[in-house]
Design a protein. Structure first.
Length: 147
């Protein structure tokens, strides 16, 4: 059987316990998951892509199913290049769904890439990288939101 490869794309700026929870839900379903740090022009950058990559790699060091990388191309082109036929995304609320639905439909129509959604554990549905960044900018302790 062909390897089931999925890409989990995101800004991960920073990678939070919410992202980790989604990845853990997805792990049993795939042979390989590529955590792919993308460049999102709408989002402010707190740390460089290299710094984020190193931080995420540290978490999954020793897990041979997880690969961490960055990309700059169209997400579906990156999936094809990696032999991945699935995308993983997390859903916290209806705003996430409203944002994600047309993107998932477009990616399917454009490239046959299916998006698999995982609903966040309820205790993490309020956690976002942007709030963590805001707290960090005031010097607050954000360790409880980070893996
Ligand atoms: P992007 O810039 O692509 O939205 P993010 O790093 O903000 O990247 O998010 C990556 C994915 O993780 C998205 O599908 C987002 O909805 C999901 N996500 C972010 N925070 C959480 C959380 N607390 N629980 C579940 N999913 C989350």
């Amino acid at each position: 059987m062909a390897e089931r490869i999925a890409v989990f794309p995101g800004s991960f700026n920073p990678f939070t316990i919410g992202h980790k929870a989604i990845l853990e839900k997805a792990l049993p379903l795939f042979d390989k998951i590529i955590i792919a740090i993308g460049y999102n022009s709408d989002k402010q950058t707190a740390t460089s892509i290299e710094e984020r990559k190193t931080a995420i790699q540290k978490i999954y060091n020793g897990n041979n199913k997880v690969v961490v990388t960055s990309y700059t191309t169209l997400t579906v082109d990156f999936c094809k290049e990696q032999g991945a036929t699935f995308l993983i995304r997390g859903l916290r609320n209806e705003s996430d769904f409203a944002y994600e639905q047309p993107i998932a439909q477009t990616n399917l129509q454009l490239a046959g890439i299916e998006t698999i959604f995982f609903v966040t554990p309820p205790e993490y549905s309020h956690i976002s990288s942007s709030i963590v960044r805001e707290l960090q900018s005031y010097g607050a302790d954000v360790t409880k939101f980070l893996p």
